[in-house]
Design a protein around this ligand. Structure first.
Ligand code: HEC
Ligand code: HEC
Length: 456
């Protein structure tokens, strides 16, 4: 008789546990959270018809956005189950990410900087992505899923995967009245979730709410002198003119602009998608709400800090033929430069003083709204799981997830004796003569799993 001892797993206690998400389990509150009735400040309500891109065919409902929330965080939406929308749109960073170029499911890099998603609802001309190639949030939603770098999944596989997960049919039923899964419903739910990302909790917003009169020209009582100086420059048509494009207290604009980042752009943005060279170098005007949380900056993430962005607008705007008139010199005697911009003048080079530069940055920091970055409504609804690395055969062992150890039979008549030490519950196998042993780790002592082969 010949005995061999195989140590299949030595999960030593010194290993640090890490938290992993369990994509088979969701935790939603018993009552639906509120997405449909987000209260807008009065200045937004007054302009809503001009700003709002919510289509009558897809009004946001609490159940629809809830389904969208689950889909947004589900890594099964990517080919190899490793990337979700939230991998590149992270709540803590106002739904952008920190990389210059986002990493897709296979480790490949895209060519553009991820965009923050707050106030996407207010892009009325409803053109999404840096180059505005997606006509609506509904049309946009299925693009990253099928993108060969980002998520790499066909719509057929998408539908069969989603339909196979136990919790989705009832979420689809609640959202759309029937449990069946279709690409159209997935797109509509994701669009509802993204469109719901409106919060109004910034210091700038407090100032707007508390100010009688024009917030562009009235100093805010809750601002420091420096922040008020930054606001003045931002709003001043002659000294900053930022508000010409970053408008309406949510700092977005319909349409695209060339801001003279380069004389010749490596990525021509709207010009490249439309084939119209007059639009070369034009990009979407992103909302500046939460801009302090979304470095790096610009479509290609070329600037790492807000200071670098302000230095650019101060000193380095280039004379690209398509440069917006709002960033060019003003013809002498022009009464309202924004109504009559000079589209042939040289770029405006203001050369802010160091004090003015710091003030502009301080103002941009008042746009930070941490409601969106912490509110449960936009957080990950999947269950958290504690996992530890395992040594043999498996990359990790997670609480309550079955894990199977196997041994290859080598000689007829061999008996296997499994010896399990630690906080495990037997699931199947693990008896004498079993070549498989499936256990569930309950989260306590990790111990060891050994098997002795008794060869006759
Ligand atoms: C691999 C990273 C990555 C993944 C995954 C990803 N995105 Fe994005 N997202 C980006 C980048 C980069 C851009 C800008 C792309 C461009 O302009 O070409 C973007 C742009 C967007 C925009 C446009 C915002 C605007 O204001 O125009 C929306 C909306 C969006 N993503 C939603 C989603 C949704 C929904 C998902 C999941 C289905 C998703 N993204 C998955 C990286 C990603
Ligand atoms: C002519 C319209 C226009 C004006 C005026 C303008 N911007 Fe912009 N802004 C844009 C566009 C378009 C982009 C994106 C450009 C790109 O990526 O190529 C942008 C990008 C930015 C960004 C980076 C946002 C991000 O998420 O990457 C910041 C910060 C910014 N602008 C601040 C300002 C400030 C401060 C001023 C005034 C000094 C200003 N802008 C004036 C149109 C404008």
């Amino acid at each position: 008789m010949n005995k061999k001892l195989w140590i299949l797993s030595c999960l030593c206690l010194t290993l640090t546990a890490f938290e992993l998400i369990d994509y088979g389990c969701i935790q939603l509150p018993a009552t639906l959270l509120n997405y449909a009735n987000i209260v807008f400040p009065s200045d937004i309500v007054n302009n809503l018809t001009e700003m709002d891109n919510m289509p009558t065919a897809n009004p946001t409902t609490d159940a629809g956005a809830t389904l969208g929330r689950v889909l947004f965080y589900d890594e099964d939406l990517s080919q190899n189950h490793t990337v979700s929308c939230a991998s590149c749109h992270i709540q803590q960073f106002s739904f952008s990410d920190t990389a210059r170029f986002s990493v897709g499911f296979n480790g490949q890099l895209g060519t553009r900087n991820s965009m923050g998603l707050i106030h996407a609802r207010f892009q009325k001309d409803a053109a999404f992505f840096w180059d505005n190639r997606a006509p609506s949030l509904e049309a946009q939603a299925l693009m990253p899923i099928q993108d060969p770098i980002e998520m790499g999944l066909s719509l057929d596989t998408l539908v069969s995967r989603i339909a196979a997960k136990s919790f989705y049919p009832s979420l689809f039923q609640n959202a759309f009245g029937t449990p069946d899964v279709t690409p159209d419903k997935i797109a509509r739910a994701l669009a509802q979730f993204v469109r719901s990302m409106n919060t109004f909790g910034s210091k700038f917003r407090e100032g707007v709410n508390a100010t009688n009169g024009n917030p562009a020209t009235t100093p805010f009582a809750n601002f420091t002198a420096q922040e008020n100086l930054g606001k003045d420059l931002f709003m001043d048509e002659y000294r900053g003119n930022c508000q010409a494009c970053h408008t309406r207290n949510v700092m977005v604009q319909q349409g695209t602009k060339n801001i003279g980042l380069d004389l010749v752009y490596a990525d021509n943005g709207v010009g490249a998608v439309t084939g119209n060279t007059n639009k070369n170098g034009q990009f979407s005007v992103p909302s500046l709400i939460n801009v302090a949380l979304t470095p790096p900056y610009m479509h290609d993430g070329r600037f790492n800090t807000l200071e670098e962005v302000v230095d650019f607008y101060s000193d380095s705007i280039k004379a690209h033929p398509n440069l917006s008139g709002f960033l060019r010199e003003i013809l002498p005697g022009t009464v309202d430069p924004n109504n009559n911009p000079c589209n042939t003048c040289p770029p405006r080079i203001i050369h802010y003083t160091p004090t003015e530069k710091q003030a502009l940055v301080a103002f941009l920091q008042t746009l930070t709204d941490t409601t969106i970055t912490t509110d449960e409504r936009w957080s990950n609804p999947f269950c958290l799981n504690t996992c530890v690395p395992a040594i043999v055969g498996q990359s990790e062992v997670c609480v309550n997830e079955p894990i199977t150890y196997s041994i290859t039979p080598n000689e007829a008549g061999t008996t296997y004796l499994w010896n399990i030490v630690g906080s495990y519950v037997l699931v199947s196998g693990c008896g004498a003569n079993d070549t498989n042993c499936t256990v569930r780790w309950t989260g306590g002592t990790t111990g060891t799993i050994q098997v002795t082969q008794i060869i006759p």
